[in-house]
Design a protein around this ligand. Structure first.
Ligand code: NAP
Length: 324
């Protein structure tokens, strides 16, 4: 195992960013069940010392401010030479997913983060909610149809203005991506979605690969211990057996598996040992037999209603385009 920041995290090139931008395949997730800024700031600094350079936040998470403070501290301490060495992603919340609100929302996120630009700005969900309301789950009566074309044009404008180096989406189905691609002048660089051995996203991975869109796996460990998560991934007997046989942890098997699928990933950990463990996945590989066993795991999507307060099958069909 490497020590200090000798861990080498591979990078992927983003297809349609301003200039040639690359993104470290492993990022640091910042969505926590009960956000604690001090704990998160310490974890970000530890992560930077270990070699993490990619940070995933969102307006919704309430973690932008603490991440910004930690980055400012890291720069002051000289843990990173300059802001350009970091890759920071944030996301447009549903109540701001209206053409005239996109640029102001990004500017607000930049203010929270104390940054001049983002590396990646994502449409958080393919859902627009009534402006001015930050509610989760979103009530059915507050959902309004998204004007995908105009929202995407505003995202493109964010990139043109230099407020972000690249743009993308999150929780988009193949069908919704196809729609964006039909009018985009700057195609999405990334689609961030739920992905782990229990929800392998085979179709979406192929679709995105063919269109030069990077898939980023969120909840790569099944978000065990969170209110939106499941124990199914970390308790999987198949993964346990593989981990035991190769002397790795279940988390490492999950992350390595995602890496071998060609996707990138943003596990969340605020624990130094686990941050280290999650980095230590780049100098070994799963066997064909392991990959076969994982491919046979029964598939079950963890996030079904997403951000919506809805049980109506039609609404869910519309959200996921039948890809449940
Ligand atoms: P996750 O990363 O799958 O799981 C997080 C949980 O796993 C935490 O309880 C963490 O605890 C634990 N953990 C981390 N490393 C571990 C290890 N090596 N061994 C055992 N347990 C470990 O779930 P997530 O937070 O849902 O997803 C990650 C990130 O994806 C989020 O933080 C967020 O940035 C992003 N996300 C995006 C969306 C979206 O809609 N775009 C949705 C959900 C999440 P400790 O902190 O105690 O280690």
């Amino acid at each position: 195992m490497a020590a200090g920041n000798e861990y080498r995290i591979p990078k992927v090139v983003l297809g349609s960013s301003a200039g040639q931008r690359s993104m470290p395949v492993l990022g640091f997730g910042t969505a926590a069940d009960s956000p604690d800024s001090a704990v998160m700031k310490t974890a970000v600094l530890e992560a930077i010392m270990l070699g993490y350079r990619h940070f995933d936040t969102a307006f919704l998470y309430g973690s932008e401010q603490a991440l910004g403070e930690a980055i400012a501290e890291a720069l002051k301490l000289g843990l990173v030479g300059s802001r350009d060495e970091l890759f920071v992603t944030s996301k447009l919340w549903c109540s701001d997913a209206h053409p005239h609100l996109v640029i102001p929302a990004l500017q607000k996120s930049l203010g929270n983060l104390q940054l001049e630009y983002l590396d990646l700005y994502l449409v958080h969900w393919p859902v627009s909610a009534r402006p001015g309301k930050l509610e989760l789950p979103i009530k059915e009566e507050d959902v309004v149809p998204m004007d995908f074309k105009s929202v995407w044009e505003a995202m493109e404008e964010c990139q043109r203005l230099g407020l972000t180096k690249s743009i993308g989406v999150s929780n988009f189905s193949c069908k919704k991506l196809d729609n964006i691609l039909s009018f985009a002048t700057i195609p999405p660089s990334v689609n961030q979605v739920e992905m782990n051995p229990m929800w392998q996203q085979k179709k979406l991975i192929e679709f995105c690969k063919a269109r030069n869109i990077i898939v980023t796996a969120y909840s790569p460990l099944g978000a065990k211990g969170t209110r939106w998560g499941t124990n199914d991934v970390m308790d999987s007997q198949v993964l346990k057996d593989i981990a035991l046989a190769i002397g790795k942890t279940i988390a490492q098997v999950c992350l390595r598996w995602i890496y071998e699928q060609g996707a990138t990933f943003v596990p969340k950990s605020y624990n130094k040992e686990r941050l280290k463990q999650n980095l230590d996945i780049f100098d070994w590989q799963l066997t064909e037999d392991d990959l076969h066993k994982i491919s046979q795991i029964r598939q079950k999507k963890m996030i079904r209603v997403g951000v919506l307060h809805a049980s109506d099958p039609e609404i869910l069909e519309e959200l996921w385009d039948g890809e449940l």
